[in-house]
Design a protein around this ligand. Structure first.
Ligand code: IFM
Length: 451
């Protein structure tokens, strides 16, 4: 690869532009990179979802993924050599407890044990997430997130993991993106278990938060430090100036952005969303708010895009739809809207997290990256990082305690229902040979963050 090619776009910031204790990192998740066929990992609902025709592009699954299970040393070297400070990863429930509860797969815990020690040996801070969507199949058969007992099972799983690993983690999150776990997967049907059922969605939206609260309790009991939760937010803009579009955007914002933050930080759900969901909620759900609202130490924000929202035909809740917007798009078709990141950082700080440290736990983009003799010229990604980091800096200047920024993702990986086509990585992966090749964005980071 020629250095001239690598110079054609650069990151417009360095460490000196951020507070001295600000950290840079990159994020991944277990099912998307590890290879669930290896090391005694149990089946998850993503395996059966992917095996069902029509759910995932080409029926692809995470059986091999990036083979990180075997190549983790090389992958951690790539994080260190990009001059990053921390690595955010998730622990697969099905790898640790193949049945969801009961007997532990020691090889699974050993894997994470080695991975964490590998991070520490490379000077990287481990940021762990307990659940990033690979629910063990036996629990899915019992109703998964629709069944109240999932909260007890998640508490037990938390205990097994944290007793072994909790002493070496810089930060621990219970969940990645409750909106995806509940609404996207049980109402929109786009992720496992692929349901389109309002009762299932309402139950999942509550029980995922109950499980969060139970998990926090367990971690507090074990003395685990720096416990938080990672939520994804999407900027909801009315598609036009009509009162109907404004109301639809407000409701979208409620379901996506205010429900989960409201539960955790206010011990209450937003009234506008509850007006539609209450008939479908679990009985006496409000009695759980003391558990759900257990204090956390930080909030993780995942941010990618905005949506233009319009009313949809029909009267059934929520009667809204997203329409195509005019801004520049990524290969996911997502609009590039960096101002939304500033909006969420400042809004969450003022309204929900109220002074708690905020971590930007995911931000990044997919592009149709191609590898040629000169490497991967992912100029759009470098631009994307520049304009989103400018918004992070603006929020810090406005007084918000933003402590870190993680790029999604280290590697091209399994993008869920979209299979392996959508490339989010700083590092290109050839899914035939599994060879890794840093993209220009990786080199740009290495240079920007170098001493
Ligand atoms: O790949 C996902 C990740 O699993 C969760 N956050 C969004 C990413 C891009 O869609």
């Amino acid at each position: 690869m020629t250095s001239a090619k690598r110079e054609d776009s650069r990151l417009l910031f360095g460490r000196a532009d951020f507070p001295p204790d600000f950290k840079f990192g990159t994020a991944t998740s277990s099912y998307q990179i590890e290879g669930s066929a290896f090391g005694g990992c149990g089946a998850s609902h993503w395996d059966s979802f992917a095996a069902t025709p029509g759910n995932v592009v080409r029926g692809e699954n995470g059986a091999t993924a990036c083979d990180h299970f075997h190549r983790w040393r090389q992958d951690l070297d790539l994080v260190r050599d990009a001059n990053l400070d921390c690595y955010r990863f998730s622990i697969s429930w099905a790898r640790v407890l193949p049945e969801g509860w009961g007997s532990v797969n020691e090889a699974g815990l050993d894997f994470y044990d080695r991975l964490i020690d590998g991070m520490l040996a490379r000077g990287l801070e481990p940021f762990a997430t307990l659940y990033h969507w690979d629910l063990p199949s036996p629990l899915a058969s019992l109703g998964g997130w629709q069944n109240r007992s999932i909260a007890d099972r998640f508490a037990d799983y938390t205990e097994v993991v944290m007793r072994r690993l909790g002493d070496r983690l810089a930060a621990s999150a219970t969940f990645n993106e409750p909106w995806c776990i509940a609404w996207l997967s049980h109402f929109l049907g786009q992720h496992a278990p692929g349901l389109r059922d309002i009762r299932a969605a309402a139950h999942a939206m509550h029980f995922v938060l109950l499980a969060h609260g139970r998990s926090v309790e367990v971690m507090r009991g074990l003395g685990v430090k720096n416990v938080g939760v990672v939520m994804n937010f999407e900027y909801a803009q009315p598609a036009d100036e009509s009162p109907e579009a404004r109301a639809a955007a407000k409701l979208y914002d409620g379901i996506y952005n205010r429900w989960f933050a409201g539960g955790v930080f206010d011990k209450a759900y937003p009234a506008d969303v509850l007006a539609g969901l209450e008939p479908h909620m679990p009985k006496a759900f409000a009695d759980d708010f003391e558990i759900i609202g257990a204090p956390v130490d930080w909030l993780g924000i995942n941010y990618y895009t905005r949506k233009l929202i319009a009313p949809d035909s029909g009267t059934l809740f929520p009667a809204l739809k997203a329409v195509k917007g005019p801004l520049e798009k990524t290969s996911m078709g997502w609009e590039v809207y960096p101002e939304g990141l500033y909006h969420f950082i400042t809004w969450m700080h003022e309204t929900y997290a109220r002074g708690l440290p905020i971590h930007i736990t995911e931000n990044g983009m997919s592009s149709d990256d191609t590898l040629d003799a000169e490497g991967v010229a992912d100029t759009q990604r470098i631009d994307y990082l520049n304009c989103h980091l400018a918004e992070v800096r603006r929020a810090i200047d406005a007084g918000v305690p933003v402590k870190s920024y993680f790029i999604w993702s280290l590697l091209d990986n399994y993008e869920w229902a979209l299979g392996y086509d959508k490339r989010f990585g700083l590092v290109h992966v050839d899914f035939e040979t599994l060879e890794r090749q840093p993209k220009n964005s990786w080199y740009a980071l290495q240079k920007a963050l170098g001493a």
